[in-house]
Ligand binder design. Structure first.
Ligand code: IPE
Ligand code: IPE
Ligand code: MG
Length: 248
């Protein structure tokens, strides 16, 4: 099932493009409904889009790709949709692991693992360990991830460090707090893309996206192509990010 590794070029053909792109992959359900098919059909089609986008990262100069696969709110869906998604995550890891490893992709997972099936968590841990030496593209998959939940979990760990005397209250600032987030090793996203026409962030990377640029596109995730991804990265390169200052 796994494809032959493709040579990865590291020379970006977009100058000034985003180094870290985060994607809210939305619209799988509507895509399936439009075709008279069950929602899970859309999720499977959506999962198949990831490889293409990932493979187009080096040409776009993207070193970090973070994708929102399942939110802390998605447990509200029917038991069969949730179970189908969890099964799909296991299938994705099984079928893609070799290609990810051979293509130099370093995989990380963010989100709270406590509520996930231990078998899935084991597979996630194994894939992280297996790709630890890779560094062509950093793929981060958010499963049972919520920005508020992440901040709450981080705060709990931080409070414990204070209580145990490992951290002084006066040391808590904008530099120390993010070290407790799931994303502590990642740079902040430069560009956040949401597909399917919804213009909201749905609890994704709340802290990290404080100064990210946003693109809300109408394309449903299963129809999202590497070409559109490339266009959005090129459009980002033309934006003027001021971070609160004045253009020099
Ligand atoms: C996004 O697609 C995937 C997940 C949230 C798991 P949706 O399932 O939200 O698709 P729509 O928004 O219902 O079309
Ligand atoms: C956000 O999409 C979560 C993921 C893409 C995994 P949702 O479809 O769950 O978000 P809402 O419900 O439209 O805000
Ligand atoms: Mg949705």
């Amino acid at each position: 099932m796994t494809a032959q590794p493709k040579p990865i070029t590291t020379t970006p053909d977009i100058s000034g493009g985003p180094r870290h792109v985060a994607i809210i992959m939305d619209g799988n359900g509507r895509w399936a409904t439009q075709r008279g098919r069950p929602r899970l059909f859309g999720h499977h089609a959506g999962a198949r889009r990831v490889r293409d986008i990932l493979e187009s990262c080096p040409a776009a100069g993207v070193k970090y790709l973070t994708i929102f696969a399942f939110s802390t709110e998605n447990w509200k869906r029917t038991q069969s949709e949730v179970a189908g998604l969890m099964k799909l995550f296991r299938k994705y890891i099984l079928t893609e692991a070799d290609a990810l490893k051979n293509n130099g992709v370093r995989v990380r997972f963010i989100g709270d693992r406590v509520r996930l099936d231990p078998k899935l968590v084991e597979m996630m841990d194994a894939l992280e360990a297996r790709t630890i030496e890779n560094d062509s593209v950093n793929l981060t998959i958010a499963i049972n991830y919520g920005g508020r939940d992440e901040v709450a979990r981080a705060t709990k760990r931080l409070a414990r460090d204070v209580a145990d005397g490992r951290l002084n209250v006066d040391e808590i600032d904008e530099e120390t707090l993010p070290r407790y987030l799931d994303t502590w090793v990642l740079p902040d996203p430069d560009l956040v893309i949401r597909t399917s026409g919804e213009a909201r962030i749905s609890n994704f990377l709340l802290w990290q996206s404080a100064y990210s640029e946003y693109e809300f596109v109408n394309t449903l995730w299963p129809d999202f192509t590497a070409e559109e991804f490339h266009q959005l990265c090129a459009a980002y390169a033309k934006r003027d990010r001021r971070f609160g200052g004045v253009k020099g």
